[in-house]
Design a protein around this ligand. Sequence first.
Ligand SMILES: Cc1ncc(COP(=O)(O)O)c(C=O)c1O
Length: 408
Amino acid sequence: MNSSGDGFSMPLSREARALERSMMRDLIALTARPGIVSFAGGLPAPELFPLAQWTECLVATLRDAGPAALQYGPPFPPLLEAVAQLMDSRGAAVAPNQVLITTGAQQGLHIAARLLVDPGAASLVDRFVFPGVRQAFGGSERRLIEVDAAPGGGVDTNAAAEVVASTPDLRAWVVVPDFHNPLGSRLTAAQRAAVTSLAARVPVVEDDPYGFLDFAGQPRRPLVADAPERTIYLGSFSKVIAPGLRMGWVVAPAPLIEKLRVLKESVDLESSALTQRALARFLAAGYLEPHLAMVRRAYHSRAEAMVRALERHFPPGSRWSTPEGGMFLWVELPAGYDTLAHLRTALDGGVAYVPGAAFASAPAPTTMRLNFSNATVENIESGIARLARSLASARADQPAPTSVGSVT
Ligand SMILES: Cc1ncc(COP(=O)(O)O)c(C=O)c1O
């Protein structure tokens, strides 16, 4: 143990000293208890994973490519082409040399931050944001400036414009355009136009792991289509196929892809040759679209079931987002609740969620994120009823309940 008594026998870097475990990871460990209905994890539905098709692609890859599938190798050109086509299907004209395969979108966030933001400089992020964005763009070395959501959903682009105008060392703006984590919201057409116009003044990092999960089956045109020179787009196969593949991609102007490739090399040399080849085969076989259609249908009915259950069971005065896609629903309870303090009681009552505080740098006691993709319709109904009961008991414990009314 060293003199500071922190349990380490060697001095650590400033970055390591500043590291904090993500509250979400700790929570998710707690929610794995048997009997818990969990709306906590940001997990896709495992029973919908395309296991048979993936097995077929993996076996065929090993059979046909042999040792090349297990060797170090450059990015696999057919995969770059397939990703470029996928972007094309969303209305973004992308050449294969504008694509970099990454180990998930999280690696895209990490290398985009290092590409754009000097230590000490600032990035603009949402007030409620996926913690991986804070880890990549913040930490001990880089500053984060937060922007609020717009009252009707999406991002407050007027507030963002003010930050852009008043922050000379603002180097990046991280935007999640569709089915935000945790807010479940998407940008309006006017907000999209405002972001792509502000991109002329601050580079946009478009973090888009959920855009393909549009319940109507018509994923929107990504921001990168309208500001291709000033946007770094991050895609992911985690939510559209499976997170265990650890496959994502970056789209950027070709000269930046070269820089990003070097940054990626410093992290993990390259993404798995085996997985890249199997994925290219999966996409070439046309397995993605029918799989996505099935996932969208399932998530849509789960989201609808959750909204119905909230309407039936949740305290009067609660508000929630109505998802048009993705995996999350955001709830704001009336004043007086404390979702962080309440979590243990909820777990004892057999249900889990993520308190809004897990996504924020300041307390957010009345907010919670609910995941609907990883629970059956039946579990959604019973889990929301359990959660409402535990919230009602929390209010009953308080000396002077006010605006909540009668909750059963
Ligand atoms: C907004 C957002 N960005 C990035 C990621 C990272 O995804 P990946 O599994 O592709 O690394 C996630 C994962 O949940 C996310 O919600």
